[in-house]
Design a protein around this ligand. Structure first.
Ligand code: ZN
Length: 218
């Protein structure tokens, strides 16, 4: 993956297209058959569900290349069981690509989570961020014991990622995969903008035993 060469403020469509040409040149120098191989098909072992934030690109922060990770991103990496976009990505990943891992990765300093912690209307996105307020409500006892605003913010970021992973596990798609014996693990991670490091939040769903009774479909 190319290192950044120009400042964000100087980026425009011309610099992006030139950047693409430079990147292709670098990739081909390292591996002349790279694009030919990739164009034959994809077999990524991982589905990444992350935030749209420009500072959290799945491939760069995991030191991977095109073809390695199937990606779904939205504001604040929210997983809602009625989101047809997310469900379509998950269904294709699990049933066609046969990914082995689904990772929901949040990040500290997430603007969406911060907005959800406040009571100021932002616009139509308030209805999307409402899902994070529901996470707060579900964990209200723990959240209300945290007095430090930064710690509260960080913890809600973590709980939102864990809740997302839990929601992935509860979908009919993942439950059916587990019921048929498919190897599939669901994880919750959080990324630090300050250090560049990812922390495993130790949520792992890998079988129907990890699904709460009320959500079980089999
Ligand atoms: Zn974010």
């Amino acid at each position: 993956m190319c290192a950044k060469k120009i400042e964000s403020l100087d980026i425009n469509c011309d610099t992006l297209l030139q950047g693409n040409k430079d990147w292709v040149k670098e990739v081909l120098e390292a591996d002349p058959g790279f694009f030919e191989k990739l164009s034959a098909g994809q077999t990524p072992p991982v589905l990444w569900i992350g935030c749209s934030d420009s500072r959290v690109p799945a491939n760069q922060i995991t030191n991977t290349m095109p073809g390695d990770i199937f990606v779904h991103r939205n504001i604040s990496n929210i997983v809602v069981h009625t989101d047809m976009n997310m469900l379509s990505v998950l269904d294709y990943s699990v049933n066609v690509l046969k990914v082995k891992h689904v990772i929901v990765c949040g990040h500290y300093g997430c603007g969406g989570v911060k907005a959800a912690l406040e009571n100021k209307p932002v616009g139509i996105i308030d209805n999307w961020l409402r899902n994070i307020k529901d996470v707060y409500r579900t964990h209200i006892r723990e959240m209300e014991t945290i007095k430090d605003p930064e710690q509260k913010f960080d913890r809600l970021v973590e709980l939102n990622a864990i809740n997302g992973a839990s929601n992935v596990s509860n979908t009919s798609i993942v439950q059916n995969a587990w019921a048929s014996g498919q190897e599939l693990s669901v994880h919750a991670w959080v990324y630090s903008l300050k250090t560049g490091l990812i922390k495993d939040l130790k949520f792992t769903g890998s079988s129907l035993d990890d699904v709460s009774d009320v959500f079980k479909l089999t």
